[in-house]
Write a protein that binds this ligand. Structure first.
Ligand SMILES: [Zn+2]
Ligand SMILES: [Zn+2]
Length: 390
């Protein structure tokens, strides 16, 4: 079975690479994956897979095996980022300012490759494979829309398996592990309001920039002095805008940021801790404030049973020594929306190869994937589904 799955993945590799280069050259940002999802629908229909559109750009493919049985879902995301590509690849983005800089083009094409193989194995499958092509992972809205669109129900999914290529891990290796895997990602916006005055007479106004400087310093002491050091968090002040002219005492500063956490306690405490700090510093500096906090993306925990189940299948594709574990990532993944409902496991697929210049991090304008990882990713989707339904 093992070798045959890898052989099948090699046999569809030209098909997968063709799709990947086309998606890469034609990237679409979150919730605008119209062309991409159109191709996904067309390809799934060619394979004889039942297709349902979810929202504007989500796609669910359903493949029913010869006999009834369990239900496995395989997930890929389709959206690109607002980045201007600088790789110089022959299939570089043709759209200025938009790039597949996270590798979602790889995921979409790998899952189509797996669908092609699995549709040919229909007679051997006991149960159902659901192919979940979601939009908008980068804004953590896509998985929510797929779950509310019912992709995990009718029939109910017993296991969901997702893959993400990753620039930190060498090509040939994959990451399979249970437990906390990726952090939450929650956004906030703070407006500090003072009183504008002539820059020569700050005492006639209330300086919002000096207050903002104190707030920024204060926020970082939450990480080091307030939070339990055993439960990692990040508070990131990502933008700060204030002031209009060099000779005006500024009356307003706006900041935005994104926070990360694993534990529910730290995650839900952060807005409370932040507001406490902001309120008291603003009072000391005679400023007023508005603070808005949005819980966007929950931490991703790989179900231990799912991780074990997936590991057994992946061991048929990749040598044990190349199935590795990594420190939990502070980045976020909206795959957590699925694992909040059904047992699931997200695998990282190494795509790093410095010799081929595939050494830049995800979201970089230079980000490149060593495409030797693609047959591994395709075979992994297939093996996990085939084993689960055998
Ligand atoms: Zn990303
Ligand atoms: Zn991504």
């Amino acid at each position: 079975m093992s070798n045959s799955t890898m052989e099948k993945a090699q046999a569809v590799n030209d098909y997968v690479l063709g799709l990947r280069h086309d998606f890469h050259a034609n990237p679409e940002v979150s919730m605008e994956e119209v062309r991409t999802s159109g191709i996904v629908v067309k390809e799934l229909e060619k394979m004889g897979i039942e297709v349902k559109r979810i929202g504007k750009t989500g796609v669910l493919g359903t493949l029913r095996g010869a006999a009834p049985g369990k239900v496995v879902a395989l997930r890929a995301d389709m959206d690109a980022l607002s980045v201007t590509e600088q790789t110089g690849l022959p299939y570089s983005s043709t759209k200025p300012g938009v790039m597949h800089a996270c590798g979602h083009d790889v995921h979409t094409s790998m899952l189509l490759g797996a669908a092609k193989i699995l549709s040919g194995m229909k007679d051997q499958l006991k149960g159902t494979v659901k192919f979940v092509f979601q939009p908008a992972e980068e804004i953590a809205a896509g998985a929510k829309s797929m779950v509310s669109g019912g992709v995990l129900e009718n029939p109910k999914v017993d296991l969901i398996f997702g893959e993400h290529v990753i620039s930190d891990v060498e090509v040939g290796k994959v990451v399979v592990q249970g437990g906390f895997f990726m952090a939450s990602g929650d956004t906030w916006k703070l407006t500090i309001k003072g009183v504008t005055s002539h820059g020569s007479t700050p005492w006639q106004g209330v300086d919002a920039i000096t207050c903002a400087a104190a707030v920024i310093q204060g926020l970082q002491t939450i990480v080091s002095r307030v939070n339990d050091a055993r439960e990692a968090i990040v508070i990131n002040v990502g933008t700060i805008h204030g002031g209009d002219r060099f000779n005006i005492t500024p009356g307003k500063v706006e900041m935005m940021g994104m926070n990360r956490a694993f534990s529910a306690k730290s995650r839900t405490s952060m807005p409370v801790w932040m507001e406490d700090m902001i309120k008291n510093i603003c009072a000391a500096y005679r400023c007023e404030y508005e603070f808005k906090y949005d819980f966007i993306c929950a931490p991703l925990t790989n179900d231990p049973w799912a991780a074990e189940t997936v590991h057994k299948s992946i061991a048929k594709i990749v040598p044990e020594a190349d199935i590795i574990k990594v420190p939990q990532a502070m980045g976020s993944e909206d795959f957590s929306e699925y694992t909040a409902v059904v047992p699931g496991m997200m695998m990282f697929v190494g795509d790093r190869n410095e010799a081929k210049d595939c050494k830049y991090s995800q979201h970089s304008e230079h980000y490149q994937v060593d495409e030797d990882c693609i047959p591994i990713g395709v075979a992994s989707y297939v093996q996990v589904a085939a084993d689960f339904l055998s």
